[in-house]
Ligand binder design. Structure first.
Ligand code: SAM
Length: 229
């Protein structure tokens, strides 16, 4: 039986076989445990900044007899990774886009030196994450979207490339791969957003002080969403 929620199962599906993974902000270490139990990863670091979750992770890893293959480390972001670890895949899941971008921005060249793949699951603020990826030569190669307990989660997989990465504004907003896949969950998410954006624009027009810039930005997003849907 899997330990993983539907959201973490979707993250798990993005990890390639025979990888060395760092799960940053691992909390319970369910993802590394599942990756090692099913022989997807050959080694994993469960990185955690908080002592409580880190102890919980350690206990889970020991319970599954995986202490040889999963290193639970206390530390901030990618600071838990050394060059010798040869980590090629970094997962950051279950946090806001601002925090994910902040963690990635503070990573040093050494910490990222072997990293080929990033698998990111922001709970909110996906466009910020896509901007960081494009600005740092990571090309989005896969995306997924899942609904769980009244929330919709997007998962973004990106690989390091040598050429510049450019996305359109619509792609930053909605995801280049998700726009192609157009799953029912994607359509439901953006139909819901479209309605709330239209209501917000109507309310802004009725406000005492009309913020034309904000209205224009929201109308632009409405146009992108309508085009894609
Ligand atoms: N990744 C798991 C998941 O998706 O279910 C756990 C998500 S949990 C909501 C976020 C975890 O990230 C918390 O345990 C928190 O302590 C940890 N965290 C927050 N900022 C961090 C940082 N800068 N470095 C490492 N861990 C961090």
């Amino acid at each position: 039986m899997t330990l993983l929620s539907k959201r973490l199962q979707a993250v798990y599906q993005m990890v390639d076989k025979n990888t060395r993974v760092a799960d940053i902000g691992s909390d319970h270490a369910y993802l590394p445990v599942e990756l090692l139990e099913t022989n997807i990863a050959s080694f994993a670091i469960a990185g955690e900044v908080a002592k409580g979750p880190m102890s919980r992770s350690k206990a889970d890893v020991e319970k599954f007899g995986l202490s040889e293959k999963i290193d639970v480390r206390l530390g901030d972001g990618l600071a838990v990774i050394n060059e010798d670890d040869k980590v090629d895949t970094v997962v950051i899941a279950g946090m806001g886009g601002i925090l994910i971008k902040d963690i990635l921005s503070r990573a040093t060249e050494e910490q990222l030196s072997n990293v080929k793949t990033l698998i990111l699951q922001p709970n909110i603020g996906e466009p910020l994450v896509r901007h960081w990826l494009a600005d740092n030569n990571f090309k989005i190669v896969d995306e997924d979207i899942v609904a769980e307990e009244h929330h919709v989660y997007e998962i973004i997989k990106a690989q390091k490339v040598n050429e510049p990465v450019n996305l359109t504004e619509a792609q930053y907003l909605m995801g280049p791969v998700l726009m192609q896949k157009k799953t029912p969950t994607f359509i439901a998410k953006w139909e819901h957003k479209l309605n709330s954006f239209k209501k917000a624009v109507a309310n802004m027009h009725n406000a005492k002080v009309i913020d034309q810039e904000k209205i224009a930005a929201m109308n632009q997003d409405i146009k992108y969403i309508e085009e894609i849907l």
